[in-house]
Design a protein around this ligand. Structure first.
Ligand SMILES: [Zn+2]
Length: 198
């Protein structure tokens, strides 16, 4: 039985995504064992992030500036906005280097089951932004899940009256993937999204 203080730490860490009770315990113990190289720098980093990081009022990204470095980057194509669910999706998309436009973070997907309705997402902010900034294209880059697609459909309907093109990412084969390892849903989607070769 660990001291109450450590148990409290373990419970808190166990609430982090990806950390179950066992890994939370291991992580907490590791912090206790390495006060100078791990615990203290972590405390400092947490404090710095708490004080410095805020949500970009334009796109919903997390950064130490508002507007964030993505929104403020004048080299980006400012005519295109890519709509993603979460901040980590923006980071992944940006890391890929395949897209150099602007972003808009919804903050999740619609879900009747989980009680997430349009007013819980940054949808009004998106519509206002598209209209005010005269955005030419909105790319819906949402997950290929039921909730992701329900949300994409809903956004398509809401964006339709505005003078912008609405596109979504294609579904299909993962690069380097073998056909016989794919699940039925991916194969179906890839078949439906097939393209003319020449
Ligand atoms: Zn931003």
């Amino acid at each position: 039985m660990a001291a109450n203080e450590i148990e409290h730490l373990i419970r808190l860490m166990g609430r982090l995504p990806g950390l179950g009770p066992r890994s939370a315990r291991r992580a907490a113990l590791s912090l206790m064992k390495h006060p100078d190289t791990l615990l203290r720098p972590l405390i400092e980093a947490l404090g710095t992030c708490r004080d410095a990081i805020s949500i970009c009022s334009t796109c919903g990204n997390l950064d130490s500036h508002d507007p964030c470095s993505v929104c403020a980057d004048r080299d980006r194509d400012r005519d295109v906005v890519c709509v993603v669910q979460e901040v980590e999706d923006l980071w992944a998309m940006d890391r890929s280097g395949s897209y150099r436009g602007l972003f808009h973070i919804l903050g999740g997907t619609l879900s009747a089951l989980d009680g997430r309705h349009p007013e819980h997402l940054r949808i009004t902010a998106l519509l206002e932004r598209v209209e005010k900034d005269g955005i030419g294209e909105v790319i819906l880059a949402l997950g290929a899940t039921v909730d992701g697609q329900t949300t994409a459909h809903y956004l398509g309907e809401r964006l339709r009256p505005l003078a912008c093109r609405v596109t979504r990412l294609a579904y299909g084969l993962p690069v380097g993937g073998e056909l016989n390892y794919l699940d039925q849903g991916t194969l179906d989607a890839a078949m439906k999204a097939r393209q003319l070769l020449a």
